[in-house]
Write a protein that binds this ligand. Structure first.
Ligand SMILES: C[C@](O)(C(=O)O)[C@H](CC(=O)O)C(=O)O
Ligand SMILES: [Mg+2]
Length: 302
């Protein structure tokens, strides 16, 4: 109640252990703290905190407009309500290597379990759109180096994302992934892979965990968790999926009010009041409140 029981460090150790076991970590993207609770309730292994969702939530395009304070604030709100490890999208790290160092520490303080840092130039773009550009190798490696050197909890996961595949091709992606690992990256996020064989090629190139981004309407087909596990993927994210599903439902609901004048026909699709209260542990809060209310010092001296 009130917050998750596990400490940030225990969640990070849990993520490390799961990755070491070789079993796939499935991380749907939470669009708010409540959806993170749903992800946990359904039995997933982790929660992803997407930059695209964070921007969209603020009514903004995903082009690097959000600040570290906003990202860490929302990330912290999500991390504190769940027992699951959280992986956050740190975009390009919010500045130069020195800023990246500060970013890592602030995200650690927010209770987050790991972050990914990409090699795009600023302003960044969604990795599945054309027209993006990447920084040179030295700049990309410095970002990772700064992150690794600045972290205080060795279990905080520093994942390097490379967007180079969409610009220079698979060979360049393999080469950059290897160098990012040499610079200290704990894991690799190869963005915009064309197919399963490309994930397998990255798997072959590095010996750290790799992530697959199953974002809809992007460059990759949507593979099943089994297909991805079979080619050696270790983490799969569904970054914007819950937001897209929820917004799809919201649009249909609004259209129904316009067309029918009421939402009666949509009620069966809605999460019930009882289910919502279950997710936010209404009963647990009431019990806590009652316990504190009846607290009496004279009866608690022993
Ligand atoms: C993973 C991602 O970085 C995100 O912010 O969620 C995006 C997702 C998307 O825009 O579909 C990405 O660049 O792939
Ligand atoms: Mg992003």
């Amino acid at each position: 109640m009130l917050h998750a029981k596990l400490t940030a460090s225990a969640k990070r150790q849990g993520l490390r252990a799961r990755l070491a076991s070789g079993e796939l970590v499935r991380m749907p993207g939470a669009f708010n703290p409540l959806s993170a609770k749903l992800i946990e309730d359904k039995g997933f292994e982790g929660v992803y905190i997407s930059g695209a969702v964070l921007s969209a939530d603020l009514g903004l395009p995903d082009i690097g407009l959000t600040t570290l304070t906003e990202v860490a604030g929302r990330g912290g709100q999500i991390a504190r309500v769940t027992e699951l490890p959280t992986l956050i999208d740190a975009d390009t790290g919010f500045g130069e290597p020195m800023n990246v160092a500060r970013t890592v520490q602030i995200l650690e303080d927010a209770g987050i379990s790991g972050m990914h840092l990409e090699d795009q130039v600023n302003p960044k773009r969604c990795g599945h759109l054309d027209g993006k550009a990447v920084v040179d190798e030295a700049t990309a490696l410095k970002r990772i180096r700064a992150a690794v050197e600045a972290r205080r909890d060795p279990d905080f996961l520093v994942m390097a994302r490379t967007d180079i595949r969409g610009i220079e091709g698979l060979e360049a992606a393999k080469d950059r992934a290897k160098k990012l690992v040499d610079a200290g990256a704990d894991a690799i996020f190869p963005e915009a892979m064309a197919d399963l064989a490309e994930f397998a090629a990255i798997r072959e190139a590095v010996d750290v965990p790799i992530l697959a981004n199953m974002t809809e309407f992007g460059k990759s087909d949507l593979y099943t968790t089994q297909q991805l596990a079979d080619v050696g993927v270790n983490i799969v994210i569904f970054p914007v999926s819950l937001l897209r599903l929820a917004m799809g439902a919201a649009e249909r609901g609004l259209d129904t009010i316009l067309a029918e004048g009421s939402l009666t026909s949509r009620v069966p699709e809605m999460q019930t009041r009882a289910r919502l209260y279950e997710l936010v542990d209404y009963a647990g809060y009431s019990e806590f409140d009652a316990g504190v209310y009846t607290f009496d010092l004279t009866n608690n001296r022993s």
